[in-house]
Design a protein. Structure first.
Length: 268
């Protein structure tokens, strides 16, 4: 009888341990294994973009945090209705993003004090998903997201149409403004020639590139553009005599001209 009890107790303990282990593995699978989410055929697109994105090392529930009420609601909807009618699992809260990207740790890119986030997040108080996640798990905003608000800022310049806005506007740089500096422009233009014009790094220009060029509307200057800063040339006899009041760049070579003082002009 004693031997029978030992055998029965052993079997009972094995069953309990087995059930406990199976329960633990099931809990781990449901809670922490992305393969569980991928088992739903509706998740095919979301799974693919997640695998290709920067968050593919994270478990789903790191971002998709649900309370017990949400979970019960989803399970109940799944049990009694068509799977396509199951409500959204959860809507990402801005706090979830900030837990990683505003914690001053180096595990993830930090957005604090970056030019774009200072303006859009802190000042304009935009939600992260206003710009990010243009489609499921695709994190990087496309130009389409930018022009949703900045409708007049589309790049109309031939060679720049395919550029992302952040090519010029250094969104994640720790600088004070999103407005491109001349150094940003020269980063590309100093090594190229456009219609015979070059862009020397040490050009004697005293203004920023955007003071003359309007990259989102009129990159090439007209005579009227020059008059905006130099209205006095319309009364300068030299310009009339030389018939130069049509195209400034016929005489003044762009990017290398030097302004002269009035006294210098009189001496000459």
């Amino acid at each position: 009888m004693a031997r029978f009890r030992i055998i029965a107790l052993s079997i009972f303990l094995l069953v309990v341990v087995g059930i406990g282990f199976a329960g633990y593995r099931s809990y781990q699978y449901v809670e922490h294994d992305p393969q569980f989410c991928a088992s739903c055929h509706l998740m095919a697109t979301a799974w693919t973009t997640w695998k290709q994105g920067p968050h593919n090392k994270l478990d789903c529930h790191v971002c998709h945090q649900q309370n017990i009420q949400d979970r019960v609601r989803i399970v109940w909807s799944w049990a009694i209705s068509d799977i396509k009618n199951v409500p959204p699992h959860t809507r990402l809260n801005r706090r979830v993003c900030e837990d990683c990207h505003l914690n001053d740790k180096t595990n993830w890119p930090q957005i604090s004090q970056t030019a774009g986030h200072e303006l859009h997040v802190k000042r304009a108080n935009l939600e992260c998903l206003s710009c990010h996640l243009p489609s499921l798990h695709a994190v990087k905003p496309t130009t389409k997201e930018c022009v949703t608000c900045h409708s007049k800022a589309t790049a109309n310049i031939g060679g720049m149409k395919a550029f992302h806005c952040t090519t010029c506007h250094q969104f994640t740089a720790k600088i004070s403004s999103l407005k491109p500096e001349s150094e940003t422009c020269l980063g590309c233009h100093s090594g190229m020639s456009v219609k015979g014009e070059t862009f020397p790094v040490q050009a004697p220009m005293q203004f920023g590139c955007a003071d003359c060029h309007k990259p989102h509307s009129r990159p090439l200057l007209t005579f009227s553009d020059c008059l905006g800063c130099h209205p006095q040339i319309t009364e300068d006899r030299r310009h009339f005599d030389q018939k130069a009041l049509t195209r400034c760049v016929d005489c003044h070579k762009p990017h290398s001209w030097k302004a002269v003082t009035e006294s210098t002009v009189k001496k000459s």
